[in-house]
Design a binder for this molecule. Structure first.
Ligand SMILES: NC(=O)c1ccc[n+]([C@@H]2O[C@H](COP(=O)([O-])OP(=O)(O)OC[C@H]3O[C@@H](n4cnc5c(N)ncnc54)[C@H](OP(=O)(O)O)[C@@H]3O)[C@@H](O)[C@H]2O)c1
Length: 242
């Protein structure tokens, strides 16, 4: 059996990815998010709120089970939040902690436990896919915490990949920008205050002109990368590369 541990499976890209993988009888999905919206005989849900670090610490062992018959193990750190859109100097301090907990701290904990829990499984293909963003490569006003969190995710991925190469484990790690996708996150972005986000009209136009990818199309690209990692131009990559 192939086991996919995917965060943020209740909606958006994560849900589309889980549904696509579940079409194959040899795939089992473990989904993690606050809400559960999927039922399938090969789907197991672990409710967790990533803004509650103590709660995550306490329940993490329920996610990384032994999976004795695993031939392939994949962790997809997909859950993410853009947080409140607004300039630094006009934001609540709690905002930075919230965005970093969900987008960086919990994904780092998941990576750590994934690598630790399955290090003895030497005959099993292992991969970590962190869902990043173009926002981690260039600044966007109003998105300081989001941009910084995705940059951190990129560097976590690169460093962890160097380490796995030094250890000779064969684990592959990618930090992939999934494109601009028609999800709740984009709806929230379009609801930003114009004075706090100069790209607002650009994102409104993407929606109005039908230029947003569907979650299903984004999920198909991620499956393509899992099936053929040679498509990636490096650890930090984009679906636009293939
Ligand atoms: N949409 C885009 O255009 C775009 C562009 C670039 C990158 N991305 C990245 O792609 C990934 C998926 O985004 P999306 O557009 O699919 O987002 P979305 O539709 O807003 O879905 C976000 C997912 O994350 C989960 N999540 C949010 N807060 C959480 C929390 N506190 N604890 C646990 N889970 C939480 C949500 O589940 P619950 O609410 O049930 O907890 C949901 O399943 C994100 O990492 C995002 O940064 C998206």
């Amino acid at each position: 059996m192939n086991y996919y541990i995917i965060t943020g499976t209740s909606r958006g890209v994560g849900k589309a990815l889980a549904e696509s993988l579940l079409e194959q009888e040899t795939n089992f999905v473990i989904g993690v998010s606050r809400n559960c919206t999927l039922t399938h005989p090969r789907y197991r849900h672990q409710p967790l709120d990533f803004s509650d670090i103590a709660g995550v610490e306490h329940n993490l062992h329920k996610v990384f089970l032994p999976f004795e018959d695993a031939q392939r193990l994949v962790l997809v750190n997909n859950a993410g939040v853009v947080g409140e859109i607004g300039y630094m100097g006009q934001s609540q301090n709690e905002h930075f902690e919230f965005v970093f907990d969900v987008n960086v701290i919990v994904p780092a904990m998941f990576m750590n436990l994934f690598l630790q829990s399955y290090q003895h499984k030497t005959n099993c293909e292992k991969m970590i896919l962190n869902i990043s963003s173009g926002a981690g490569k260039s600044p966007k006003d109003g998105w300081a915490a989001y941009c910084a969190s995705k940059a951190a995710l990129d560097m976590l991925s690169q460093t962890a990949q160097v380490e796995q190469e030094k250890l000779g484990t064969g684990v592959r790690i990618y930090s992939v920008a999934p494109g601009v996708i028609d999800t709740d996150m984009q709806e929230q972005i379009r609801g930003a205050h114009p004075g706090q986000f100069s790209s607002l009209q650009y994102f409104k136009d993407l929606k109005a002109n039908g230029q947003l990818a569907s979650p299903e199309a984004a999920a198909a690209k991620l499956v393509q990368l899992m099936e053929n990692p040679a498509l990636a131009k490096g650890v930090v990559c984009s679906v636009r590369d293939f």
